[in-house]
Design a protein around this ligand. Structure first.
Ligand code: CP
Length: 296
């Protein structure tokens, strides 16, 4: 029964199967008969869309959920138990685990210790492959096809894990051109870029917000954190406002995994190209598909 830890585990066949399942399940009007299963929602970092999305997806599949928020679960514990110990303790109670954790290394080591399928809901600054599938579904649904898309990934591409997984997953489609637009010190890490290129994708790099010949903008986010040293001037330079949105073709799309702070100005929301809330909505069907696949 497959979990999903990295976007590199995906191929065109598995993505198409998940698209089909997501569309079938999201379209159901009647609840399914209950599946005797329990999904662990283990989020050791804040989450709105991913956690609520998987909880709602499980409810619609008739699957129970249990939430785990902290590895330090007793007043007497001065430090948290390891993620490995936590997972080994609860995995036998669970049929699938949705896991978010701030530490990519701890995550990679811990998931090797359990047999229960794990869906990676964000591991540090590394990957967020379930989000990438939501993004791909939105692209396919709203554009009609992913092949041949010219997509600009904009923001802190060094630290924004959704962009890493999306770039790798886009490599499963023919003729994709990805323009990575970021401050020079916040470029996409080479393993993700390399994977995309090896799969046949064409990668372009730009420091300027150059949207010429672009069909879709993926706003990855450019928050100011102690980690990335982003300045207010840089945030201004990369912000998508209505004027910049209008540089896209009429049928162009602006996608964003959300949350946004002000990477996308509010004046973009009413425009026809603003697709991020529809993208978020499509996440429910994809999360149902991922759970159904993980639960067998
Ligand atoms: N896109 C995303 O991962 O959102 P949350 O942090 O709200 O789950």
């Amino acid at each position: 029964m497959p979990g999903l830890l990295k976007a590199a585990e995906l191929d065109r066949t598995s993505i198409d199967e998940l698209f089909g399942l997501a569309r079938e399940l999201a379209g159901r009007r009647r609840p399914r008969p209950a599946i005797p299963a329990v999904v662990g929602l283990m989020f050791f970092e804040d989450s709105l869309r991913t956690r609520v999305g998987f909880e709602a997806a499980a409810a619609r599949l008739g699957v129970d959920t249990t939430n785990v928020h902290a590895q330090r679960h007793s007043e007497q514990m001065a430090v948290a138990e390891t993620l490995g110990d936590t997972l080994r303790s609860v995995a036998p109670y669970l049929d699938a685990i949705c896991l978010r954790h701030p530490d990519a290394d701890a995550f990679d080591q811990a998931v090797e210790l359990v047999e229960t399928p794990v869906l990676n809901c964000g591991n540090g600054v590394d990957e967020h492959p379930t989000q990438a599938l939501v993004d791909l579904l939105a692209l396919d649904e709203l554009r009609g096809e992913i092949e041949g898309v010219r997509i600009a990934l904009v923001g802190d591409l060094k630290h924004m894990r959704s962009a890493h997984s999306l770039l790798v997953a886009l490599g499963c489609f023919e003729g994709v051109v990805a323009r990575c637009i970021s401050p020079p010190e916040l470029g996409v890490p080479s393993p993700f870029a390399q994977r995309f290129c090896e799969a046949g994708g064409r990668l372009e790099m730009s420091i300027a917000l150059d949207l010429s010949d672009i069909d879709v903008i993926y706003v990855a986010g450019l928050p100011r954190t102690p980690q990335n040293g982003v300045t207010i001037e840089q945030q201004d330079a990369y912000r998508i406002d209505a004027k910049r949105a209008n540089e896209l073709p009429r049928d162009g799309l602006i996608l964003c995994p959300l949350p946004r702070v002000d990477e996308i100005a509010a004046d973009v929301d009413a425009g026809a190209r603003a697709a991020y809330f529809r993208q978020s909505e499509l996440g429910l069907g994809m999360r149902m598909a991922l759970l159904e696949r993980a639960l067998g």
